[in-house]
Design a protein. Structure first.
Length: 382
């Protein structure tokens, strides 16, 4: 967390009061929450009334996908199709597939190119053919694994021709690249606190006021009736402060973190010349703090543990289900062969990253890859 968010959250923890109560403590808490709503709205180019606070990005994604589908299908029973990109985070992918398994939904996965970018021609063709059946479209603003930035403006313009709402998971984007809700044309947008220097457990779904949405659960009717439950004023304050600072610092941070990312990429290639950078190689086509490589002959988990033992924390970028490592569905959708996808490693940089962090990785990545390859050859990995 950024220091300003910690300070704001700590101060609010000194106070009590249910924002739904009418006594003075409740009214004071209500005021704190509404101030956080206004601060967050200003940071993301939205109206305060469009912000629905949640407990994080996963809840917000579920509310968008399930809430939009149920509302749209109830209004028109022909609308059974959910269109999502094939590289969505599981917080979007899984609720869509759940609706397909449990209800009448039909999930359509949009193809992406080898850079991980949605193929607009395929979307245009789908809309022209099946627009009367589509309930919603969901495409993430930027991919969490390979960092590729999606053409959200073009996607929303295509969908607007048929009055189809678009949800975008912008968890990875807000605070890292310019994001504006109103200018994007999206009907719903997801963001969360811990991806931009705020606390875990605080997120939001931005919902256009004229867009019907069904709640996931019911209770006190807070947050426009879309998210019942007593809000966590301290967490939401930290969230709003962090988002505001991230957006304010954005011009400088993009330059600084992009330079660190490029330095990291050069360091990896210098140590492991046959490493493959995945996603858009153009600096402006990917998130400033993201670099995902695949290393031939390695298992991503082996690389992760070897680097962790040397003080470098990173990610494989793949899912682990029932204790069994699985190759990334994102890389597979991009056409990366499974044997190569299993050797993926993602490095992420943030507001507190410094050149020494990159230098530390540069000093160990070569020997780590050599050792992982030796282990892979012993295990029969091609």
């Amino acid at each position: 967390m950024v220091p300003a968010a910690i300070a704001a959250m700590t101060e609010q923890l000194r106070h009590t009061g249910n924002s739904s109560s009418l006594h003075s403590a409740g009214r004071a808490t209500k005021r704190v929450i509404e101030e956080a709503r206004e601060q967050l709205a200003q940071a993301v180019g939205a109206r305060p009334s469009e912000i629905v606070f949640t407990a994080g990005g996963t809840e917000a994604d579920n509310l968008a996908v399930q809430g939009l589908f149920h509302a749209r299908h109830r209004a028109d029973r022909n609308r059974t199709m959910i269109v999502i990109s094939s590289i969505e985070h599981h917080a979007v992918l899984d609720p869509a597939l759940w609706l397909e398994q449990q209800e009448v939904a039909q999930v359509c996965l949009l193809p992406v190119d080898e850079l991980g970018r949605v193929q607009l021609g395929a979307l245009a063709e789908l809309l022209g053919r099946d627009h009367a059946r589509i309930a919603l479209i969901s495409v993430m603003w930027a991919n969490n694994e390979v960092g590729t930035i999606q053409p959200i403006g073009e996607i929303t313009r295509l969908a607007a021709q048929y009055d189809i709402p678009v949800h975008t998971d912008a968890v990875q984007a807000v605070g890292h690249i310019p994001v504006g809700f109103e200018s994007s044309g999206a009907g719903c947008l997801t963001l969360t606190g811990h991806k931009l220097g705020g606390p875990m457990g605080a997120g939001a779904l931005l919902v256009r006021r004229d867009l019907a949405l069904d709640p996931l659960f019911h209770g006190g009717g807070q947050e426009r009736g879309l998210r019942s439950g007593t809000p966590d004023a301290a967490a939401l304050t930290g969230f709003a402060v962090a988002a505001s600072q991230a957006v304010e610092d954005l011009p400088e941070s993009i330059i600084r973190i992009s330079a660190l990312r490029d330095r990291l990429i050069d360091a990896v290639f210098a140590a492991v010349p046959d490493a493959v950078l995945r996603g858009d190689p153009a600096p402006t086509g990917r998130l400033p703090g993201n670099a995902l490589f695949t290393f031939a002959g390695c298992e991503g988990d082996s690389l992760l543990y070897l680097l962790d033992a040397r003080g470098v924390a990173c990610s494989t970028g793949s899912a682990c289900q029932a204790g069994v490592p699985q190759p990334s569905h994102v890389l597979l959708a991009m056409g990366v062969p499974e044997v190569e996808a299993r050797g993926a490693l993602r490095f992420s940089l943030g507001w507190d990253s410094v050149p020494d962090d990159v230098d530390a990785l540069a000093g160990v990545i070569g020997p780590v890859v050599d050792r992982a390859r030796s282990a892979g050859l012993a295990a029969g990995i091609a």
